[in-house]
Write a protein that binds this ligand. Structure first.
Ligand code: IVH
Length: 717
């Protein structure tokens, strides 16, 4: 499971941009797996989570929305073997409701949008939601002329000849008032009995059984040879329409009735519902009927019946405002949990995973399920060897619901969370207030190495031209770059026994290779703050990296201080928290990093290869407070503490969290307490907020600081 877990609100714009790029790639890949190859790797819920994350980041950073944003697309671009068909109107997908409240919210949204009076009923037309794939079929003069898959919603594939093999699709429309031109949309599916028979035949022929009806239908529709499609016994239910040469009706239900009259098959059990109670009743009724149906369904689609209202409601993004899919709750099954394994995410999160005896549930065979975290395991008391109930609904990641305790083996033992990362053996820690345990291995953990490398070369880190995420991934896969220092040996090792010449690799040439080496060379000089940030220490973003760089000045000083903080007999990590802006959690993360010998080796290797420039505060030489150590205390009235701090730093001052002998000024706001007292004890100059502002602005001379201690004798008091 390789999901970044940083909440969108905590992302910097740079990180957000990278994350949007990653998500666009990731979603495109899964779309292709799903639509083009009918071989999804993710559960619907995992896939939806990716899309939701993408949308949340876009909502927070609208300017960073990509031209190829997944939020603008449905599904995958069509595969190349079929001709493309551009849809007359986009083929949309549906929003989901998971419970009665969601359905009520949907109705409320419709009412508000249309500004309906309280007494005005909203009639919904409810239809089973068929678990198949959508297709569109065109008729000219009543004759079937063209059929296409949905594809990406805008453009699908021409599968006319394949669709012609479906018995449910009329070759010619008959009946009253058939429009000259008509496009009908609906769902292609395989019946349950047909699916079972198909698999029996395949097994008898020594072929591998199909996994589920939906994928089998999808694969069947996209056969190059229509006679193979015919063998899959595909069927079709009409549920909508596209363009028509004349109006087809005024209500959803009426139009479907006309489609039936012209020769199309409709799903059973559909009907009008006036009011929410009626809609809920239909949902229950269809759910009850579900086991006895000869086709798979995963919910009920409710559509606003009046077509003029549908028209007014329109669509928001990928989904119409006039329809919603009210899904059924998850299907459940029992199986044996063989063991609990640990998967390490690319950000180091350790996720316990249930390794299950494969079981068919909710339309797929499930053999693994996430157990989320150790608290969840403890709460449900899940153990290796247990018989468990698992569930999977269209939208939910396979889950272990509960243990069947009566079937627990006598010798079973409670789960013990790992103390070390299974990938790299580094210490695994769980921070206070966090549900997950994390590997502290960072740069040395193979599960995280690639992510760390991507971070290392990112725009706000080393920013090496020509060495983006794509190149670093390829170098990593090839083994050319395993750890950050390897980047700086690329040229030296190029064309040696170890590595072939880069210029001869696919996608490279003499010029691009030479350019890359030159760009790497140019980045051997790097500022200390960028360098610290590039290391990807947990919790150390650009701001913290700058605080550290400002405080310690040079890489040698910084490393010495970190090592002192990490040494068992040395100062505790808390010494670092003297720096305003660095709290105990961040301090501990830094110390954990340095305490790991293999990280230290990486730092050594980098320091040997790089020229890390001492930190220079930007153009503050003129500032009267440059280099002064300032502590703010009490309530400030002219600005927030955060702003005061930022301004002071911009002027080259160092803002600390506690008063010591080396403090130059204590700026005391209202109700200042112990720090003010301490300043008095140590003889540190105390300024009011007004005085400080005047000094900082250069309007008043800086008061002569009382003689304090040495720079380095900061006692953190
Ligand atoms: S209406 C504009 N009705 O569900 C609304 N869709 O999750 C488009 N589906 O792409 C769809 N049964 O493939 C509609 N009775 C039904 C449906 C149905 C299944 C599928 C359809 C759609 C998907 C959305």
């Amino acid at each position: 499971m390789s999901t970044d877990t940083t909440p969108p609100e905590d992302l910097t714009p740079d990180a957000a941009e990278r994350e949007l790029e990653r998500l666009a790639q990731e979603i495109r890949r899964h779309d292709e797996l799903y639509y083009t190859h009918s071989a999804p790797e993710l559960s619907d819920a995992e896939y939806d989570a990716l899309r939701r994350r993408n949308e949340a980041i876009e909502a927070r950073f609208p300017k960073l929305k990509r031209a190829d944003s997944p939020s603008e697309r449905v599904g995958a671009p069509p595969a190349s073997s079929f001709a493309k068909v551009r849809h007359s109107r986009p083929m949309l997908s549906l929003g989901n409701a998971l419970n009665d409240d969601d359905l009520a919210e949907f109705e409320g949204r419709v009412r508000r949008f249309l500004n309906l009076g309280e007494d005005e009923p909203v009639v919904l037309y409810g239809e089973p939601k068929i678990d198949g794939l959508s297709a569109t079929v065109h008729y000219h003069g009543g004759a079937f002329v063209l059929g296409a898959t949905r594809g990406d919603g805008e453009t699908g594939e021409d599968v006319t000849e394949n669709l012609r093999t479906l018995r449910d699709l009329p070759h010619t429309l008959s009946g009253p008032d058939v429009p000259e031109r008509l496009e009908v949309r609906g769902e292609v599916y395989i019946g349950r009995a047909d699916f079972a028979a198909l698999n029996r035949e395949r097994e008898a022929d020594g072929e591998e059984a199909f996994v589920n009806p939906r994928n089998t239908a999808s694969g069947g529709l996209r056969q190059i040879d229509p006679t193979l499609t015919a063998k899959r016994r595909l069927r079709f239910f009409a549920h909508g329409w596209g363009e028509a040469s004349e109006p087809v009706g005024e209500r959803q239900g009426d139009v479907l009735a006309r489609l039936a009259a012209w020769g199309f098959k409709l799903a059973p059990l559909a009907r009008h519902c006036t009011g929410l109670d009626a809609a809920r009743a239909l949902h229950r009724e269809i759910e009850d009927a579900r086991p006895g149906l000869d086709f798979e369904i995963d919910g009920v689609v409710f559509k606003v019946d009046r077509l003029d209202w549908q028209q007014r409601l329109g669509a928001a993004g990928r989904a119409p405002r006039w329809a919603i899919a009210y899904k059924f709750p998850a299907e459940q099954a029992e199986t044996v949990l063989h063991r609990i394994s640990i998967s390490v995410g690319r950000t180091g999160a350790l996720t316990p995973v249930a390794e299950l005896e494969p079981v068919y549930v909710g339309g797929v065979t499930v053999s693994r399920a996430t157990l989320h975290n150790e608290d969840e395991i403890a709460r449900k008391d899940i153990r290796a060897g247990d018989t468990v109930v698992v569930q999977r609904a269209g939208d939910v990641i396979p889950q272990v619901v509960r243990v069947i305790e009566e079937r627990r083996p006598a010798e079973s033992e409670p789960f013990v969370p790992p103390a070390a990362c299974p990938e790299c053996g580094s210490h695994a820690v769980r921070e206070e207030g966090e549900a997950v345990r994390r590997c502290t291995g960072g740069l040395i953990c193979p599960a995280q190495a690639l992510e760390r490398l991507r971070h290392f070369v990112a725009r706000d880190a080393f920013d090496i031209e020509g060495l983006g995420a794509k190149q670093i991934e390829a170098f990593y896969a090839e083994g050319r770059v395993k750890s950050p220092a390897d980047i700086f040996d690329l040229e030296e090792k190029d064309g040696t026994e170890e590595f072939s010449k880069l210029a001869e690799l696919e996608g490279w040439g003499e010029t691009s290779a030479a350019n890359l080496f030159r760009a790497i060379e140019a980045r051997r000089r790097i500022s200390l703050d960028r360098f610290i940030h590039a290391l990807g220490i947990r919790h150390v973003g650009q701001t913290t990296a700058r605080l550290l760089a400002r405080r310690y000045g040079t890489v040698e000083e910084w490393r010495a201080a970190m090592e002192a903080a990490a040494a068992p007999e040395g100062e505790s990590p808390e010494a670092l928290t003297d720096i305003d802006g660095i709290g105990p959690v961040v301090a501990r993360a830094i110390v954990e990093f340095v305490a790991e010998a293999r990280n230290d080796a990486i730092l050594d290797a980098l320091c040997q290869r790089l020229d890390i420039e001492p930190f220079e505060a930007p153009s503050t030489a003129q500032s009267p407070v440059a280099g002064k150590r300032v502590v703010f205390t009490g309530k400030l009235v002219r600005m927030t503490r955060q702003e005061a701090k930022a301004r002071a730093e911009a002027l080259g001052a160092q803002v600390a969290g506690s008063v010591s002998r080396s403090t130059d000024y204590v700026v005391a706001g209202e109700d200042a307490g112990s720090k003010l007292k301490r300043a008095g004890e140590l003889g540190v100059t105390v300024l009011s907020e007004e005085q400080w502002l005047a000094v900082a602005a250069g309007e008043a001379p800086p008061p002569a600081a009382e003689p304090g201690g040495e720079q380095a004798s900061d006692d953190g008091g």
